[in-house]
Design a protein around this ligand. Sequence first.
Ligand code: UD1
Length: 338
Amino acid sequence: MKILVTGGLGFIGSHTVVELQNEGFEVVIIDNLSNSSEDVLDGIEAITGKKPIFEKMDLRDKPLVQDFFKRHNDIEGVIHFAASKAVGESVEKPLLYYENNLGVLVYLLQELTKMDKANFIFSSSCTVYGQADELPITEDAPVKPAESPYGNTKQVGEEIIQDTCKVSPKLAAIALRYFNPIGAHPSVEIGELPIGVPQNLVPFITQTGVGLREQLSVFGDDYPTEDGTCIRDYIHVVDVAKAHVVALQRLLEGKNKSNYEVFNLGTGKGSSVLEVIHSFERVSGDKLNYQIVGRRAGDVVQAYADTKKANLVLGWKAASTLDESIKSAWDWERKIRN
Ligand code: UD1
């Protein structure tokens, strides 16, 4: 069965391609290499023994998208990762984000709605919940006004898909709301490759650990949490990847209850910034150089998933512990710096 994975050379995309190939799917990747490298194909091949089909393409080019689906009229499912994801950059370049994250989504849906049957998995984010009133966060929690154009693209993206599903019964879609994906494949053949200074906590920690950054700044220790630092739900990227395969299989087997469904992808366990640092120190055996600084604008205090819906309905559960996830991130960081 042929599956299109857009952004399949990126962090979560590449791990998902591995899991798809392990399950016997034939994968076609589209990626514009804006935040990834063609070398990732070798990593995927090293793990799975098979190189996926790869087409370097910018999906903002609508005629190319149309042409792709004409050439590949046997695509049975699309997992759509290709998007821009830097919150700060989205504030500086909102139109780039709206074009990349929403324009492209529209082009893909236009092609999918021409098909007799189409299955679509969308990368959404827990950012749609903002600071939720109740924890853990269920899928029924209200969507809060977005803090950034990036966050807005995830909210509006979900709405675009939902509106399209209402009038397109042959289209079935699942939006997966990721909490904080971290780590790398245990083979250390693929992992996260942040360009420039990482904005996210775990790559910043591992880069500090290898000496690429001098010191981690912890953004605030005066939050109303046990140790004063913010709480997030850090989930191993391989667990996230496996959830995509399970979600796709649900659609392919017609087990979905409606043609638009939403699931949280998290562990259900919240960890503070200091707990993540301590986990790093445990698995690396090194002390991390960090200092407490002021709060970062736009940070929510606490976000962790209620995973019941994904556990019961998808039959999927995150398997890795925080230490296992951090250890894989650390192994990967040391490998790529050697
Ligand atoms: C961020 C984005 C979010 C996006 C997600 C995944 C913001 C405000 N939010 O979420 O929209 O969906 O990434 O890409 O950018 N921290 C430090 N020092 C650092 C980096 C982070 O203390 O150098 C802290 C943060 O304050 C936060 C936690 O670590 O409490 C996690 O931060 P991060 O990895 O950026 O993820 P989110 O803020 O959850």
